[in-house]
Design a protein around this ligand. Structure first.
Ligand SMILES: Cc1ncc(C[n+]2csc(CCOP(=O)(O)OP(=O)(O)O)c2C)c(N)n1
Ligand SMILES: [Mg+2]
Length: 339
């Protein structure tokens, strides 16, 4: 279903989702086509784009967002600059954190993402903190914390939900269930339904299809309005489907970059990724819906070409950017003058 908003805004959502996809394809290519660019492990948000983009579409610039080891998508969704995201991913001085954070910890305080942690569940308590601060200061800002199903195994999840409910904090718990763990739902959790856990702490929960933009957008609107209106913390489980390229220790472009034409000609997609793009890719689903609503294939392909060009330029910007200077190694390490 398409979100019930003007066409221009619908297309803004498409552009953002495509930007995340294209930027992250570059991220994987940084790893596959170069040596030593990405040092260590990394994760991508491919397949979950409908969630972050639709939620952030209802947020104000001064609302807070906390994210995870899959942060690239959330940072771009909240208004982050893809150039600075890609530069940070490969540790460049032009990146959001001047190359100190790398792929796992991209943070963009200017757009409301004041910190990122790759520790599973690491941002939950921090999100409780910004929600509490906003409440004490009487600000209108709300906080959204995105996290995975796996984070619900961490003790900090229970502590944060509990205190958020007790103090009626303006906090949205937005869980993205990507069924990554073997066995799927609840694989590392005794709860049969993960929503049973917040429910036990008297926090209202909603379960939605996280690949359908219209559903996520509509849900996010009401959840954001209610939390902003002082109705306390709410919990959403958005269910997505694992992108086949994520089924490894490191993401791989096993079918190459996404071709928007697979939206109307699924048979052209490589077999390894065909079913996923046909049934579970939030972007191609959305493209099909826009086409059914009267947009031409040429118009949709043009948007993709424009976004891809911008993402290519962002990747080039990152590659051309310098590493941080050696003499600046301890800069920002200590509070005080010069930092
Ligand atoms: C406290 C902690 N334990 C283990 C890890 C290693 N680790 C990284 S991602 C991940 C899976 C997390 O699952 P989930 O929260 O559902 O996120 P997903 O990767 O599925 O998006 C684990 C165990 C970690 N980063 N932090
Ligand atoms: Mg998961």
């Amino acid at each position: 279903m398409l979100p019930d908003i003007p066409r221009e805004r619908q297309l803004g959502i498409l552009r953002k989702m495509l930007m995340i996809r294209r930027a992250e394809e570059h991220c994987i290519r940084f790893n596959e086509e170069h040596t030593g660019l990405l040092r260590g492990h990394f994760h991508v948000y491919i397949g979950q784009e409908a969630t972050g983009v639709s939620v952030c579409d209802w947020l104000n610039p001064d609302d807070y967002v906390f994210t995870t080891h899959r942060n690239h998508g959330h940072v771009i969704a909240k208004g982050g600059d893809p150039k600075k995201v890609l530069a940070e991913i490969i540790g460049r001085a032009t990146g959001y954190c001047q190359g100190r954070a790398g792929t796992f910890h991209v943070a963009a305080p200017g757009v409301g993402i004041i910190h990122t942690s790759a520790i599973v569940g690491g941002c939950l308590a921090l999100a409780g903190g910004t929600a509490y601060a906003a409440q004490v200061k009487g600000e209108k800002a709300i906080t959204v914390v995105f996290f995975g199903d796996g984070a619900m195994e961490e003790g900090v999840f229970y502590e944060t939900v509990n205190i958020a409910k007790l103090w009626n904090l303006p906090l949205i718990f937005w869980m993205e269930n990507n069924y990554r763990r073997a066995g799927g739902r609840g694989a590392g959790n005794a709860a049969l339904e993960l929503t049973n856990i917040p429910k036990a702490l008297d926090v209202e929960t909603t379960v939605i299809d996280g690949i359908d933009v219209g559903t996520v957008h509509k849900t996010a609107k009401s959840i954001v309005e209610r939390v902003r209106g002082g109705q306390g913390p709410l919990f959403v489980e958005a269910r997505t489907h694992l992108w086949p390229g994520n089924a490894f220790n490191m993401p791989k472009l096993i079918g190459g970059v996404t071709d928007i034409a697979w939206a109307w000609d699924a048979g052209k997609a490589p077999e390894k990724v065909r079913d996923w793009h046909k049934d579970h890719d939030p972007i191609l689903n959305y493209v099909r819906e826009l086409e059914s609503a009267g947009m031409s294939r040429a118009e949709l392909a043009k948007i993709d070409a424009e976004v891809s060009k911008e993402a290519d330029a962002a990747a080039q910007f990152a590659l051309n950017s310098p590493l941080p200077a050696a003499e600046d190694a301890v800069k920002y390490a200590f509070a005080g003058e010069g930092n």
